[in-house]
Design a binder for this molecule. Sequence first.
Ligand code: KG4
Ligand code: ZN
Length: 315
Amino acid sequence: MKNNQNLILAIESSCDDSSIAIMEIETKKLLFHKKISQDLEHSAYGGVVPELAARLHAETLPKILDECKEYFPNLRAVGVTTNPGLMVSLLEGIMMAKAISISLSIPLIEVNHLKGHIYSLFINKDVIFPINVLLVSGGHTQFLEVNSRDDIKILLNTLDDSFGESFDKVSKMLGGPYPGGPTIEKWASEGDNSPYKFTVPLMNSNKKAFSYSGLKNQVRLQIQKIDKLNSQEKNDIAYAFQSSAIEHLLHKSKKILQNTDIKDFAIVGGASANSVLRQKFEKLCKKNGIKMHLAPLEYCSDNAAMIARYAISEM
Ligand code: KG4
Ligand code: ZN
């Protein structure tokens, strides 16, 4: 290894975001980060179409890589998301990472996407362990006890749909775009005095789990009863749905946060951008003497900066 090889290049392409980051290994400082989302292209279909996602990654990843050429002589390693994710999308990033690794004779570090989301908390920073983490994304809804990089216990998991996915599906039902989270949050903010009520999932059950398919069906049945939705009804349904969806996370997490010795807690993943969710958990944490952590907004959804940060922990 040469002295000036002090950087890592990381690639993220597990779903519908093409992203590349360059990070300084010693300082964990982010030097370059770019992400190109495919939201518009998938919106017409109401969700991610894997073949389309892969084709778009094949177009955009090389364009982003072109912008990082100046860093190539200083690369010591390359990191890439290898799972979980859409296989055809993952492969685009993996093949590019392999090509860089072979051509520059530098090691390739495989990164688990979910661990990447946890490490979004530590971009430009040192790690905090132990920490309880609520991971809310389009593919996952988990409450994790993170004792160290390799000691992660899943305390709660979803039985069916994920939190973010339920926002996407409700948005589709209400004629909104994909991804649905930001739109549902916006509509909900204008539906404060909602006449609608949806029951909170698993409220009277001791099951240590999350579930969103029942709530989604409650919303579907309600929409079917309305002849032609006007915008106020849309806002009111979004409000009632979001309230129950968040109350469910709070209700199940509360029991853990009240009884844990771990005094740090974080919410990560694309849906952690939701401001109502943030406020409610902030309040719950304060009540229980727990410090709440969040990644900066630009690193909540899928990005390569968190992949670079995790990969450094493996070096
Ligand atoms: O982490 P992420 O970018 O991708 C996955 O790994 O799945 O998360 C995307 C998910 C989508 O389901 C999106 O609707 C949701 O995060 N999301 C939100 C909000 N912003 C994004 N959900 C609720 N409220 C939001 N403000
Ligand atoms: Zn993700």
